[in-house]
Design a binder for this molecule. Structure first.
Ligand code: ADP
Ligand code: MG
Length: 269
């Protein structure tokens, strides 16, 4: 147990961009109240890569929704880059969300009939401000996830890993303050999942702050810090001294092609 984690001096020195103060969230379904969050104090510094773990129902998605400005807490304050977003109305919340938050989901959530460019363009279309250099921003985002040359492909013409890369490019195109991702490797095989973790690590090394929800310890061990949730409170936090390096691990893993060839040889395929 380390309840003083947020007070640790190495975090204090850095620029805190996410700061939740005693956040609670209670859902009301008829007469029944569900206390999904019961007092969350979490600080995340600029440039950190943090994972959230916890059993199903522990409040992970609820916390992500609040941090991502999709919802507001029942009580407590939430400061995103020193703006108290816990009291904003729906329009103000949508505006902050569009500017400051990028989302990547387990199920990719791409428009099936739109090609990679048009999927990545979406956050720019929703933006209230006039966007300059739109085409360049889209191209840069796609290139940063290794999809140069795949711009005109629709999701149905892409593998699961490539679809998730499109989703990551979409989350980056507005250059958000924070990238939030809920089980991003949950629908992928282990090699492809590792490739996606390599992309997140590369983005983080370039300075992007990332918050990742996972139920796999192995995935969480790629990050700098694991926050454990239980019954709507932070039950523990753990600093990862030597995070798993996804690029290094990929070198040790068999390529999908090699796997297919060996299956063909053994006449399984
Ligand atoms: P996790 O993502 O860790 O599985 P959630 O944040 O989804 O947990 O849920 C936390 C608790 O809040 C659960 O008991 C869940 O049933 C409840 N809950 C989540 N969303 C809603 C909602 N929209 N309405 C009512 N209850 C909800
Ligand atoms: Mg969830």
């Amino acid at each position: 147990m380390n309840n003083n984690f947020n007070k640790s001096s190495d975090i204090k020195k850095q620029n805190i961009i996410i700061d939740t103060a005693d956040i609670t969230k209670t859902y009301k379904i008829g007469d029944i109240e569900v206390k999904a969050l019961r007092g969350i104090n979490l600080k995340i510094s600029e440039g950190e890569f943090v994972s959230i773990m916890g059993p199903s129902g522990s409040g992970k998605s609820t916390l992500m929704n609040i941090i991502g400005c999709l919802d507001i807490p029942t009580s407590g304050d939430y400061f995103l880059e020193n703006i108290d977003v816990s009291k904003l109305n729906d329009n103000q919340l949508a505006d902050i969300r569009n500017k400051k938050v990028g989302f990547v989901f387990q199920t990719f959530n791409l428009l099936t009939k739109a090609n990679a460019i048009h999927n990545v363009e979406l956050p720019l279309i929703y933006s209230k401000d006039k966007i300059r250099n739109k085409d360049k921003k889209i191209r840069v985002a796609l290139k940063s996830v290794g999809l140069k040359g795949w711009e005109k492909h629709r999701p149905s013409e892409l593998s699961g890993g490539e679809r998730q890369r499109v989703a990551i490019a979409r989350s980056l195109v507005n250059d958000p303050t924070i990238l939030l991702t809920d089980e991003p490797t949950g629908n992928l095989d282990s090699v492809t999942g590792e490739e996606i973790m390599a992309i997140f690590q590369k983005l983080n090394k370039k300075g992007k702050t990332i918050l990742l929800v996972t139920h796999e310890l192995d995935v969480a061990q790629h990050t700098h810090r694991i926050v454990y949730l239980r019954d709507g409170i932070i039950s523990n936090q753990e600093k990862i001294e030597n995070p798993i390096d996804a690029e290094e691990r990929l070198k040790q893993m068999p390529k999908l092609e090699d796997k297919m060839n060996s299956l063909r040889k053994s006449k399984v395929l």
